[in-house]
Design a protein around this ligand. Structure first.
Ligand SMILES: Cc1cc2nc3c(=O)[nH]c(=O)nc-3n(C[C@H](O)[C@H](O)[C@H](O)COP(=O)(O)OP(=O)(O)OC[C@H]3O[C@@H](n4cnc5c(N)ncnc54)[C@H](O)[C@@H]3O)c2cc1C
Length: 216
């Protein structure tokens, strides 16, 4: 038997699921089917529950997307619509940066206690990232005149242009924590696109802009 649908959504991560949801709720008489390559929906969102080897207790954790903020207007609208609970991210206390064998404790986003050369170099790099990201058109990042060059580079290419080890360590920590991959595994154009998608670097990494953690 062959089924016929008006629309087929391919890939049932958050984007596919919300596209299907919108079609079903906002369009009348539109039949929708979804095709997903994996044996589950959700894509890069996944909550897992495992037994702790130490205590035998069941521990639940997110291994994909988990934080949302008010700047993510569409996601927040969906969170409210689905009645998903959120709680504020705990970010009291100090952050620790491990660099060149030493530990640096600091408050806020930037470790102002590192040496001045690294700090200035890091700040110049953050401005450069923000200004290049701001030039991209989110609907067609490939249209930027420098897109072929940026896409032929990885984040590591850019990190390697830094002179100081601490600045290199900081930028590496940013890439690893934001993209869940090593700097040599990700296109520089994609890094810029991701920064622009969030608004700017501060909104992407600032904990005061990331106040909610989902509980589902
Ligand atoms: C470790 C990690 C942490 C993250 N943390 C956050 C966070 O805190 N806050 C935040 O906002 N974002 C976070 N993100 C990003 C967020 O998870 C993603 O932006 C979002 O889930 C992407 O959803 P999507 O539907 O666009 O893509 P995906 O979730 O990648 O979904 C795409 C789906 O399409 C399927 N698919 C692909 N090709 C085919 C095909 N040919 N046929 C059928 N199916 C196909 C895939 O299997 C997948 O299920 C994080 C991501 C990761 C990996």
């Amino acid at each position: 038997m062959t089924n016929t649908y008006d629309v087929c959504v391919i890939g049932l991560g958050l984007s596919g699921l919300s596209a299907a949801h919108q079609l079903i709720t906002k369009q009348q008489n539109v039949s929708v089917c979804g095709i997903e390559a994996r044996d589950r929906v959700g894509g890069r969102l996944l909550t897992v529950t495992e037994k702790s080897e130490k205590t035998g207790e069941e521990v639940t954790g997110d291994v994909g997307g988990q934080w949302v903020c008010d700047a993510q207007k569409d996601v927040m609208r969906m969170v409210k619509l689905l009645g998903i609970d959120t709680f504020k991210q705990h970010f009291a206390g100090k952050s620790v940066l491990q660099s060149s064998g030493t530990q640096i404790r600091y408050s806020g986003i930037v470790p102002y206690t590192i040496n001045w050369f690294s700090l200035i170099e890091m700040q110049l790099m953050l401005w450069k990232l923000d200004s290049q990201a701001a030039q991209l058109n989110l609907d067609a990042p490939w249209d930027h005149p420098n897109a072929p060059e940026w896409d032929s580079m990885t984040a590591l290419t850019v990190i390697n242009t830094l002179w100081t080890q601490t600045a290199r360590d900081l930028l590496t920590a940013f890439v690893v924590s934001c993209f869940a991959c090593e700097p040599n595994e990700i296109s520089y154009l994609f890094v810029l696109f991701y920064i622009k998608s969030a608004g700017n670097l501060h909104m992407l990494i600032g904990t005061n802009f990331i106040p909610h953690k989902l509980t589902m």
